[in-house]
Design a protein around this ligand. Structure first.
Ligand code: NAD
Length: 504
């Protein structure tokens, strides 16, 4: 039997009654199955007595196709900034045409830095190979490769910048620990790839190590993302709360949700300092749209998280327990029904909603009942605001000059650049896709048309200035070298702020 402790707050936290005031929320019915599952969800919320004043906004495919490449109208932003609470159905991002993901835009524009995805098994009622799984993934939501800063730099090479920041790491790691503490969770696992990305993922791991000492009652560990994901997929019971960066979190939370039986079961919260957004983790499922067969559970459980967030814990408890009882009674939509041994005939979206409504006030018989209490959300009170440290002593010691050249060998390029070096800056190394090819490269190394040429200070005490770099670039470009971009090489309090070349 699965004990569903997800979102239960610690008994030590002072409880208060639900507010009797209506809370304004912004609601978007979205695309594909969005309108069906949102209608079902809103019916259940209303029947359960949620005190809501919904403002409906249009977002998604139709807004994109009307010529708004952001997929959201300015007036909708006004609603979101006014209500600060967003219940959102999935939307379809039209393919091609340069449409930016609205989900990413909303998360970043409103500073929704924490994406919280509880993934719980409902065995024996929902078929799953992992009957005791109860994992919460806390995914960083604003940075990493999702900064969306991409460039084509040469005929052969495209670049996407991975940005990891100290404030971003501190906020998400603190949030994960506060979440664990307030939800009675015992362990937080950090996942990163800092054996390869020593500076970006290394910072994430380092911040985790700095912050975990402030939570001595919580067990911690770190796992490289590849083996961590493999263990999550095979032995999820080893994990409790996982905190990780944006891309890894995106991938492992879908895997984890699917492992519970269906991607249609999981809800998520996107938490910011000012605004919070609640949505199912699945997409708009155009393949089943309009057929009244979609599972509204992911959106409904997201709405339960929303009710806890807006301090309507009593209603959240009533709905969640009725939902658990519905699943126990074998009432399931088609995608869960096929693998279940306890399900009766599959029901449609609307019938599922009616079944939950009919069980409002009932408790689950096999699952542990949930009991939410109204307490300050970690995002609002417990996570300290980031305080910027005093700046480090920064010294420029060289420059990486990236060059587009499809014609020449590394030796030829090195010879040419050596003659173009200045008194202040000398060529130290050339790499291709990060691996050193000069001096002393191997003929086996495959080279593209994209070279990173590292120039360093000619003398050990030679401080480099922007003027030195400009002088070098002037010489190099006047000689006809196609410079793509430069990256300054700096030390911070004497420590190198740049990685060595592979093989250097
Ligand atoms: P999807 O999650 O929409 O569908 C994947 C599979 O899961 C499909 O077979 C679908 O039928 C099934 N499924 C999803 N939700 C279900 C539910 N509630 N009940 C039963 N079955 C369900 O993923 P996709 O097909 O890759 O994406 C479709 C569209 O959704 C794309 O335009 C994508 O950009 C968008 N999308 C939106 C969001 C969001 O708005 N948060 C998230 C992911 C994808």
């Amino acid at each position: 039997m699965q004990i569903d402790s997800t979102n239960q707050l610690s008994p030590a936290t002072p409880a208060t009654e639900d507010s009797i005031e209506k809370t304004a929320i912004t609601v978007a019915y979205g695309d594909g199955i969005g309108p069906e599952i949102m209608k079902a969800t809103m019916q259940i919320l209303e029947a359960a007595g949620a005190r809501l004043a919904p403002e409906t906004i249009d977002i998604g495919e139709q807004v994109y196709l009307s010529g708004n490449s952001a997929g959201i109208a300015p007036a909708s932003w006004d609603s979101l900034r006014r209500t600060k609470v967003f219940l959102k159905a999935p939307i379809t991002t039209p393919s091609g045409g340069g449409y930016k993901s609205l989900n990413v835009t909303i998360r970043k524009t409103l500073g929704l830095y924490a994406n919280v995805r509880p993934c719980v098994s409902y065995a024996p009622f929902v078929a799953t190979k992992h009957p005791t799984m109860d994992v919460v993934i806390v995914r960083e939501n604003e940075e990493d490769l999702y900064a969306g800063i991409e460039h084509r730099q040469s005929d052969e090479v495209f670049q996407c910048l991975k940005l990891i920041t100290r404030p971003g790491c501190e906020k998400i790691v603190r949030y994960a620990f506060e979440y664990a503490r307030s939800h009675g969770r015992k362990k937080v696992t950090c996942m990163s790839k800092d054996n390869i990305m020593k500076m970006t993922d290394g910072l994430f791991h380092q911040v985790f190590d700095e912050i975990r000492v402030h939570y001595p009652e919580i067990e911690t560990d770190h796992s490289i993302i590849d083996i961590g994901a493999a263990r999550l997929a095979t032995r999820p019971e080893r994990f409790d709360v996982i905190v990780t960066t944006n891309l890894y979190g995106d991938i492992i939370s879908d895997i984890a949700a699917e492992m519970t039986g269906s991607v249609g079961l999981a809800g998520s919260a996107n938490i910011g300092e000012h605004v919070a957004m609640f949505e199912a983790i699945h997409g708009s499922a155009p393949d089943i749209a309009g057929k009244n067969i979609a599972n509204p559970s992911g959106l409904l459980l997201a709405a339960v998280m929303m009710l806890v967030h807006i301090r309507q814990a009593g209603v959240a408890t009533r709905i969640h327990n009725a939902w658990l009882r519905t699943i126990e009674d074998g009432v399931m939509t088609a995608e869960l029904h096929s693998g279940s041994t306890t399900a009766v005939a599959p029901v449609g979206t609307q019938a599922f909603a009616s079944a939950v409504i009919a069980r409002l006030g009932q408790m689950p018989q096999t699952f542990a009942a949930v009991h939410y209490v109204n307490a300050p959300a970690p995002s609002r009170t417990a996570v300290p605001l980031y305080t910027r440290a005093a700046p480090a002593r920064k010294e420029m010691v060289g420059v990486d000059v990236f060059v587009h050249d499809a014609q020449h060998t590394p030796e030829f390029l090195a010879g040419r650049l050596t003659t173009l070096a200045t008194e202040a800056l000398q060529l130290q190394m050339i790499t291709n896709r990060g691996v050193k090819v000069w001096p002393g490269g191997f003929p086996e190394t495959f080279c593209t048309d994209h070279w990173r040429c590292r120039f360093v200070a000619a003398t050990s005490d030679g401080a480099i200035t922007h003027a030195h770099i400009i002088a070098l670039l002037t010489k190099v470009t006047q000689a006809g070298v196609d410079v793509i971009k430069t990256e300054n090489l700096c030390t911070f309090d004497g420590e190198k702020g740049f990685a060595l070349g592979q093989g250097q």
